[in-house]
Design a protein around this ligand. Sequence first.
Ligand SMILES: NC(=O)c1ccc[n+]([C@@H]2O[C@H](COP(=O)([O-])OP(=O)(O)OC[C@H]3O[C@@H](n4cnc5c(N)ncnc54)[C@H](O)[C@@H]3O)[C@@H](O)[C@H]2O)c1
Length: 252
Amino acid sequence: MHDRKVAVVTAGAGAGIGAAIVRQLAEDGMTVVVTDAHERRCIESAQKLSTDFGRPFLGLPLDVTNFDAVGQVFDKVVAEYGRIDVLVNNAGWSKIEPVAEMSQETWLKCIEVDLNGTFYCMRHALPHMKARKSGAIVNISSIAAWEMTAEHGAAYASAKAGVMALTRVAAAENGTDGIRVNAIAPGLIYNDFLRRIYPPEFFEGYVQNRSRVGRVGQPEDVAHLVSFLVGERAGYITGEVYGVSGGVLPHA
Ligand SMILES: NC(=O)c1ccc[n+]([C@@H]2O[C@H](COP(=O)([O-])OP(=O)(O)OC[C@H]3O[C@@H](n4cnc5c(N)ncnc54)[C@H](O)[C@@H]3O)[C@@H](O)[C@H]2O)c1
């Protein structure tokens, strides 16, 4: 059995939240398995971590929408390390189209990546966690699931609301097996790629008029909360959804 905690992070090789979570959990001393649909970046990311931290990290390409491939990745992780302590479901996809004009393709892809992908990973990770009566899962949702706005599109908002419900039910089912399941709902966590999804107006005045802390979010803002939620100090916390939005949408 591997002597460090083992974390699997989906969509961990981008430039956004996933990569920050990977790095934070590595800094926390965990062995992190970097998974991502982008094969080359996935392998490169694991190699860079190995160099930076001076210990081996595994990169396993994974499109979370492929149910069987998800199962194979978790089997590989268990074969390699004998344990899965942490799962962070970070993979997300979005295209903003009004309900009255939305293509079926947009709706289905969003549900498939954001909601089904999260389920597929939990479905394959939970039996391994239950066998060891230990585990922590964090699902990355969004304040889009709480807001009444046309800004994010209904497919994304619906998928992310589904992630919140999935989180609560899985927490209820698995708590007495030593497994905690929580979700995080980020507000705007800036990266340049978002400019391909949102119109320029979305970003205008965000810092001045919407953020209550005078800045947009950084991937590390989410990664810090993930680090806490998967750790021992969060042992009495499960089934919760925490906002990380700089006060844009506090939720009680
Ligand atoms: N950035 C924000 O403002 C924001 C706000 C709220 C919620 N979120 C959520 O946070 C998560 C991370 O978002 P981010 O913007 O930081 O991006 P990110 O950089 O963490 O994720 C992008 C990565 O996702 C990978 N990816 C895309 N589809 C995939 C799939 N089907 N399977 C596996 N990997 C896939 C890409 O290859 C890329 O590396 C998403 O779930 C997103 O919905 C982001």
